[in-house]
Design a protein around this ligand. Structure first.
Ligand code: UD1
Length: 436
């Protein structure tokens, strides 16, 4: 089985360049099919989740061309928007963001038929708020045999929608459908994550009229059609945060380039509470830690709170801090599955409900561990790089969903980390050989 082999215990130092935001890219790539004109999108991260979504977009008739490794041209003209339109292939069910095609296709064609979303198993992850939003806009939504969502509408009409729970996916999905609805839509209690703003900016560059993205009330005035655009995706907040936590856990000194420091504030402040030094520049941050780390408490919250997608990585660093830290997960219920693996490396962590109580240890030792989801996998890489001795990390397909060239970037800052391909399949599972 393909895996990462890591020889830990080295201080990581140097520079790393952050890729485009995966979660913004997933919304933007889906939204690009909402016009019959060409959209050119730059800074698309080369990770398996974006490749999978591009394949699904191509399978429904859009033209998808990779202009270079991070620039993609999408033209939705070839999609036949009638009842024959169906998004379902063996890949699309694996990614959560397949649901963005419901909002995009429903907005454009008033019809969508999309396989139910998969994604990392980090909790029940319902999509009731998405469905409620589409229904409020005038669509009928059915879940049909085989786990597909069929949404259709004679016309979509602007409406007032209140989200009972702050949901990134529902905010983006409803926003996409509402852009081509008749009249005004208001989304209240909207999510405020940086990628919501990025998707809204992308749609506005296509001619949409969205105001208030990044606040908890988004106002959309429907337009008749969208046009082509050229757009550059924002840097990935979570990839940047992962390298920040890595610098702290390995007592390193890493300059993390191509970031928006404002998006990293909740992470920076927690790392500083732990005793790290974080220096912000215009579009980079330097994170340094030497000596002892201090325990602290963390609760995950919607943006601008501490991101759930950084919970596992910072817990790996906290497990090496002096004292007791309490980490509370308030977004997803199944996000502590990395704990049993960290314990194999010597961590002392007890999970009670949605809380992890972490008693810091002075060091980890290498072990054979497996990733249970994307961010859990990143936490294990951090722990293995901080540990003395050799570690093997299995199930790295999860890690490849969201980290571009992870092993290469880590080697460039002095980490001893190799990608070992599956013996039978050679290198073909490595996302680098997959050029779409
Ligand atoms: C997105 C991100 C994911 C991140 C999460 C929270 C993408 C592709 N994924 O996931 O990386 O961890 O935001 O920042 O952008 N909920 C409902 N009903 C719904 C929708 C959500 O009850 O219809 C609940 C969820 O169970 C969860 C909470 O709302 O407890 C937040 O989920 P949401 O923000 O929707 O997460 P995703 O969009 O799936």
């Amino acid at each position: 089985m393909e895996h990462y082999l890591i020889n830990g215990g080295k201080t990581l130092e140097g520079e790393v360049v952050i890729a485009g935001a995966k979660n913004a890219a997933l919304g933007i790539l889906a939204a690009a099919v909402m016009t019959d004109d060409e959209c050119i999108i730059e800074n698309v991260p080369f990770v398996s989740d974006t490749r999978t979504l591009l394949k699904a977009i191509e399978n429904i008739g859009a033209s998808v061309r990779l202009l270079d490794r991070h620039t993609v041209s999408i033209c939705g003209k070839g999609i036949v928007g009638d009842e024959s339109l169906s998004v379902d292939d063996e890949y699309i069910r694996r990614i959560r963001a397949s649901y963005y095609l419901i909002g995009a296709l429903l907005g454009k064609y008033k019809y969508a038929n999309v396989a139910l979303p998969g994604g990392c198993d980090i909790g029940s992850r319902p999509i009731d708020l998405h469905i409620k939003g589409f229904e409020t806009l005038g669509a009928s939504v059915d879940i049909v045999n085989g786990g597909k969502i069929v949404a259709r509408a004679k016309s979509l009409n602007g409406a007032h929608i209140y989200l009972d729970t702050v949901s990134v996916g529902a905010t983006i999905n409803i926003m996409m459908a509402a852009v081509l609805a008749e009249g005004k839509t208001t989304i209240e209690n909207a999510a405020k994550e940086p990628h919501i703003v990025d998707v809204a900016n992308f749609l506005n560059s296509m001619g949409a009229n969205i105001k208030g993205a990044g606040t908890d009330v988004i106002r959309i005035r429907g337009v008749e059609r969208l046009h082509g655009t050229e757009y550059t995706i924002i840097p990935d907040q979570i990839e940047a945060g992962t390298f920040m936590a890595l610098a702290v856990a390995t007592r390193g000194n890493i300059l993390i380039k191509n970031v928006i420091p404002k998006h990293l504030e909740s992470i920076s402040s927690k790392l500083m509470e732990m005793g790290a030094k974080v220096i912000e520049y215009d579009d980079s941050v330097r994170v340094m830690a030497d000596g002892k780390l201090k325990a602290t408490h963390i609760k995950t919250l919607p943006y601008p709170g501490f991101p759930t997608d950084m919970q596992a990585q910072i817990a790996a660093a906290l497990a090496l801090a002096e004292g007791t830290s309490v980490v509370t997960e308030s977004i997803f219920e199944n996000r502590f599955r990395y704990v049993s693996e960290l314990i194999k490396m010597g961590a002392k962590i007890k999970v009670e409900g949605n809380t992890a109580i972490i008693t810091g240890v002075s060091g980890f030792h290498g072990a054979k561990v497996a990733a249970s989801d994307l961010r859990a996998g990143a936490a294990l890489v951090i722990a293995a790089l901080a540990a003395e001795g050799e570690s093997t990390i299995e199930d790295i397909k999860y890690i490849k969903r969201g980290y571009e060239d992870f092993d290469e970037k880590i080697r460039a800052i002095g980490g001893d980390m190799s990608y070992i391909p599956d013996k039978e399949n050679g290198d073909q599972n490595n996302n680098k050989s997959d050029n779409k």
